[in-house]
Design a binder for this molecule. Structure first.
Ligand SMILES: *Cc1c(COP(=O)(O)O)cnc(C)c1O
Length: 381
């Protein structure tokens, strides 16, 4: 019989091999001089090929990628950007960076992604863009969002920071927005320490991104004559080298993530009072974070569950909160005017917990976490 873990199981852990170290060392020793972006170029090509897009731009993080996406699309003061109420704040803060206003709308109860009907209802004459977030590896209803965006001439931005390797109707996460972004933060599915990628098939948007991320220098500028005040967002060669090593075995890594979920699903099968990540028939979820949402009737919120798990040597994370409830947005009540009184997002945001989901997970470790989860759920019932 599996027991509780004997030492703390971390909530996230990357997949790192000697290859990452070798390539990073090679970059540190050689990526200087005229061709100092060679590693970045290779990383971008490998990544674009994996996702199935024409262009990929390596960046310091997904936050800067979203900032550039909005700026390149011309979103600015006076504009509204429709965003899900439940996501990491990095999905939305860049809307504020460009001087536009986020408009929070509800998420769907099963996939935890933005509700297309709620998006439709929140469109005003000032709406300029929609940001859909593929939460925890789940996929938005992109065909519905695309139809709305096209009908109202809105820019569609895909925050795929948590969904590398997920697919919808056979297409990879990152292929659905006019622009899409990924994160390689140390906790994510693929890591470069800090890092991000912007992908697009649109040549004009790509040209804007390239100029805006290099202090407003026209492409190929050798005279240091900037045509506008812009940003400096680039990834270092050493980070790109880590990304190349990760891209080399991305397929097996995603397969491992999916396996971890299948172990959880088997171990937790039949446990009443919890719901796991959704995987509708047309989706392959890469399960960035294996997640349980407790039945509100159990009366245990996410922070209580986390404390109980921690006491049993299981590290976890709280499900993202409703942004509309955070102090960060408390002075802007207008932003929540399209949210229902009790949004669907309240349930996962209050009762959801991410379980250990790192590449260190084995069937044994998952079984140990499941022992802890059962104990904690049984405390309530
Ligand atoms: C991690 C994350 C980001 C931000 O990624 P960084 O690389 O840390 O900037 C953005 N959106 C979502 C949904 C994320 O999970």
């Amino acid at each position: 019989m599996p027991q509780l873990p004997s030492e703390m199981i971390p909530v996230a852990a990357p997949s790192i091999t000697p290859r990452e170290g070798e390539l990073a060392q090679q970059a540190a020793l050689t990526a200087w001089g005229p061709d100092h972006y060679a590693f970045n170029r290779q990383f971008e090509e490998m990544f674009a090929q994996y996702v199935g897009v024409s262009h990929a731009v390596s960046l310091p993080h997904a936050t800067s990628a979203l900032h550039l996406a909005l700026a390149a699309a011309g979103v600015g003061p006076g504009d509204e950007v429709i965003v899900p109420d439940v996501t990491w704040i990095a999905s939305v803060a860049p809307v504020n960076y460009v001087g536009a206003e986020p408009v929070f709308v509800d998420i769907l109860p099963d996939t935890w992604c933005i509700d297309p009907e709620a998006v439709r209802a929140a469109i005003t004459p000032r709406a300029r863009a929609i940001i859909g977030v593929d939460l925890y590896g789940s996929m938005c209803d992109w065909p519905a969002l695309r139809a709305i965006a096209d009908a109202h001439n809105l820019v569609l931005i895909e925050d795929a920071a948590e969904a590398l390797g997920s697919t919808l109707n056979g297409y990879q996460a990152g292929t659905f927005g006019d622009l899409a972004v990924f994160s390689f933060h140390g906790s994510k599915t693929m890591v470069t320490g800090e890092g991000g990628m912007l992908v697009t098939d649109d040549e004009a948007l790509l040209a804007r991104v390239q100029q805006l991320r290099d202090h407003g220098r026209p492409p190929g500028d050798r005279f240091f004559r900037n045509t506008e005040v812009a940003f400096k967002y680039k990834m270092s060669a050493v980070q790109a080298a880590l990304g190349i090593a990760q891209c080399e075995r991305l397929g097996p890594m995603i397969a491992h993530k999916r396996e971890i979920f299948s172990w959880y699903a088997a171990e937790l099968k039949g446990l009443k009072g919890i719901t796991l990540n959704a995987e509708p028939p047309n989706v392959q979820n890469s399960f960035w974070m294996n997640t349980i949402v407790l039945d509100p009737a159990l009366g245990m919120d996410k922070y209580r569950v986390q404390a109980e798990l921690r006491a049993r040597n299981v590290d976890s994370r709280p499900f993202f909160s409703q942004l509309s409830t955070l102090d960060a947005y408390s002075d802007q009540p207008r932003l929540r005017r399209f949210l229902p009184e009790t949004p669907s997002g309240t349930v996962p945001a209050t009762y959801g917990v991410n379980l250990p989901s790192g590449y260190n997970m084995t069937p044994d470790l998952v079984a140990q976490v499941a022992v802890a989860v059962r104990e904690v759920v049984n405390l309530a019932s």
